[in-house]
Design a protein around this ligand. Sequence first.
Ligand code: AMP
Length: 369
Amino acid sequence: MTSSKQVKLKPGDTIGILGGGQLGRMLALAAARLGLRAQVFSPDPDSPAFDVVQHATCAEYADVEALELFASDVDVITYEFENVPAATAMILEARRPVLPDTRVLATTQDRLAEKDFVTKLGIATARYVDVSSAESLTVAVAQIGRPAVLKTRRFGYDGKGQIMVREGDDLDTVWTDLETKSAILEAFVPFEREISVIAARSADGHVVCFDVTENEHRDHILKFSTAPARISAALAEQARGIATTIADALDYVGVLAVELFVVPGTEGPRLLVNEIAPRVHNSGHWTLDGASVSQFEQHIRAIAGWPLASPVRHGEVTMTNLIGDDIDSYGNWLTVPGATVHLYGKGAARPGRKMGHVTEVKSAPKSAK
Ligand code: AMP
């Protein structure tokens, strides 16, 4: 088998993408622009990524035969979501290089493993304690204090799988409500803002970060991203340094996102890592129209064994997510001067469902990076 480090695609080669959501769709479009083909594997027949590729595999992630055929059709495999089952990853990587290496999934699928990993690198996170029962939650609350946030170790996203623990809350009820056997309790972070770093790392260990992005959530779902974040150059450098350290430690190939809290302090603001996403990320969508190269293209370049680009930001960029019913306003957005509209081609606009996004570049370029 070709080692991941030896992947060197040529135009016309095919990238296999696990997952058929908007991220897979935008990865496939970025691949096409570079003359590469994409084949998408997803169990959902309504996958938005299917609309933009010629070859798709609609099968369950446990379907060994379908996975083997998919692997034989493609030259390298990547994924748009972090919850790729370990067995799926094993079947695929026995046949084709999978990038980023699926060992990163063991760390990033589990909040406890992820926080332990970040802490071992000497990088700060919110204080956290392992919780596996109502009794251990009581002990954890005594250590961490209230308010605190109880999060499932696995399968949490967009605020799902987390509960705030406030003064007076009954801990037995909180534990039962989370419906899990393994969780972590995190100290509530009184952050002044949330930021993220989108970093790309090539197989030869070169890391390129986009400008730090500032993120605003509504109901735990990303609503707005702005680049550059309103933080000092020194703090931005520190944030990029953290993302670089994490990417190097994971021997990562591709794009990853590191979400951070900016916490006010007497000696100036501090950074705490909240989460690592081993994939392209919603907070990097501004790069599609706001920079000379997008996060999607950087990812494709990295996994193709091609040189990473040095992105130049076109100005002050805002990204607005169209969530659920927001999609009804797409007609208005189409007429906003300077706005670039991206619609994902999804069916029902369920509450909380990401249906599209809009980028606006609001001023002249300020810096090259
Ligand atoms: P997560 O799923 O961990 O990324 O959390 C989703 C959002 O919940 C974050 O972007 C924050 O806005 C909020 N949040 C998560 N953890 C904490 C925390 N420890 N303190 C304060 N807010 C949090």
